[in-house]
Design a protein around this ligand. Structure first.
Ligand SMILES: NC(=O)C1=CN([C@@H]2O[C@H](COP(=O)(O)OP(=O)(O)OC[C@H]3O[C@@H](n4cnc5c(N)ncnc54)[C@H](OP(=O)(O)O)[C@@H]3O)[C@@H](O)[C@H]2O)C=CC1
Ligand SMILES: CCCCCCCCCCCCCCCC(=O)OCC(=O)COP(=O)(O)O
Length: 324
């Protein structure tokens, strides 16, 4: 009896010894290494973004505007692009009031052009290169959405969405790419959407433009790796912006409705921080979405028949709600 108690006490002592000599130092050591790794990663990211020439399209509102604030605060040299020069001026003014005592911030340059007009896109690229000499990071953010049935939508509307969301961004990318290849340095970012991975009813032109975006930039990533150029595709779910208000409809008119999903989405400032960190870490692709949109992507790939049935039910329900 006495020896059994003594054995148990000795075993407990050994376990405590093991805990204090091996397990606890190992745990703290791992935590320390992890913290050091994160610190180095953060420092590398900061160094990458500081002084980098960053071009942002669609900087006049929503996600583009928040990205402008985030990259400005990180010390990047910004080129803010948009269609409305007054809105761009206002943003520059707003940024000038944002002080960052630890960072050297820069007054942004602005370029006004319409992405759906390829000639103005090419002129803008020339202007950017003439003024700044090179571009380190191009963020293709500008875009418009669409609401309508395929059967009622004129081809001109499909083309307008494709020109803004696909041909404009790829024209700008192609115009800036040779200079990046020459320098063996550059980073191209595409703000796509969950709808670049799945199609949901009554968004045909938008989903098509975002699928095309995903495909193009995936190809680009492979083709330019040898020139040390990075490509990041960001696929957000719903963000609280004016995207649904500004969406165009089957006849080309403005949709003008703030959709519930959009109003309840992530804030543009939150998503901009994800963009900043994804770019800083040179991630290849990032999904920024809640549970349902993320599940929908997996469902589309793993159980396509179930996904198609769900989408058909959704289409029927939405049409019924609209008709009644
Ligand atoms: N909001 C959301 O739920 C989601 C958005 N996205 C994507 O995020 C990106 C930003 O959109 P978001 O901030 O939400 O929407 P906003 O409508 O707030 O911003 C869109 C921006 O694109 C610009 N733009 C539109 N058309 C053109 C054009 N022809 N030429 C130049 N600029 C143009 C707008 O400029 P102007 O002020 O002149 O109209 C505006 O600055 C888009 O690519 C969108 O597809 C992706 C997933 C979800
Ligand atoms: C096992 C459970 C399965 C659950 C799967 C349910 C499938 C439900 C479908 C959900 C669809 C989510 C779509 C998300 C779309 C999205 O996030 O789009 C982002 C945008 O670009 C928004 O633009 P829009 O103009 O459409 O507002």
């Amino acid at each position: 009896m006495g020896t059994a108690v003594a054995r148990k006490t000795a075993q407990k002592g050994k376990l405590m010894d093991l805990t204090s000599t091996v397990i606890i130092p190992l745990l703290f050591g791992s935590l320390g290494i992890f913290a050091l790794f994160r610190l180095l990663q953060w420092m590398r990211m900061r160094a990458y973004l500081q002084e980098a020439v960053v071009v942002i399209t669609g900087a006049t509102s929503g996600l583009g505007k928040e990205c402008a604030k985030a990259f400005h605060a990180a010390g990047s040299k910004l080129v803010l692009c948009g269609r409305d020069s007054e809105k761009l001026k206002d943003l520059v003014q707003q940024l000038s009031t944002m002080t960052n005592h630890r960072k050297n911030t820069h007054k942004p340059h602005t370029v006004v052009f319409d992405l759906s007009d390829t000639t103005t896109v090419l002129n803008a690229a020339e202007e950017i290169l003439r003024y700044l000499g090179h571009v380190d990071i191009l963020i293709n953010n500008a875009g418009i959405s669409f609401r309508g049935t395929i059967v009622d939508t004129g081809l001109d509307v499909d083309k307008k969405v494709m020109e803004t969301n696909y041909f404009g961004p790829i024209a700008l990318t192609k115009a800036l790419l040779p200079s990046m290849i020459k320098r063996r340095q550059g980073h191209i970012v595409a703000i796509s959407s969950i709808q670049g991975k799945i199609s949901i009813p009554f968004r045909s032109a938008y989903a098509a433009s975002k699928h095309a975006t995903q495909a193009f930039f995936d190809c680009l990533r492979a083709e330019v790796k040898q020139y040390n150029i990075d490509v990041t595709v960001i696929s957000p779910g719903y963000i609280q912006t004016n995207l649904s208000l500004n969406a165009i409809t089957a006849d080309g008119s403005r949709y003008g409705v703030m959709d519930k999903n959009t109003a309840e989405g992530q804030t543009a400032a939150e998503v901009a921080q994800v963009v900043l960190s994804a770019v800083g870490q040179k991630k290849k692709e990032v999904l920024v979405a809640g549970l349902m949109p993320s599940l929908a992507v997996y469902l589309r790939n793993l159980f396509p028949r179930l996904f198609f049935t769900l989408m058909a039910t959704r289409a029927k329900k939405e049409r019924k709600a609209k008709d009644s």
